[in-house]
Design a protein around this ligand. Structure first.
Ligand SMILES: [Zn+2]
Length: 85
């Protein structure tokens, strides 16, 4: 994510990094808890995680397993890309 000059970022409840804009609506509303805001990067990861539900609906057992493996791999890469541990 891009940081805006002059903004004093606060700790994100998701990744615990100082990436939360003090103006709540400049962040992402958490999909896990609609009362909290998380940084844009955590919001992106939560969005990606919503794919899990769709994967679990794949009826073919082999395809479902393959999709789970791909999801896991891609999730790790996304986390690295976003700088989330
Ligand atoms: Zn975060």
């Amino acid at each position: 994510m891009e940081f805006i000059k002059g903004v004093k970022y606060i700790e994100c409840p998701g990744c615990k990094k100082f990436k939360l804009n003090p103006t709540k609506t400049m962040n992402a509303l958490s999909r896990k808890n609609d009362k909290i805001y998380v940084c844009s990067d955590c919001g992106t990861l939560e969005g990606f995680d919503s794919l899990k539900v769709i994967i679990e609906e794949i009826e073919d057992k082999k395809k479902r397993k393959k999709a789970r493996d791909l999801f896991k791999k891609q999730r790790e890469e996304l986390k690295k890309f976003l700088g989330i541990n």
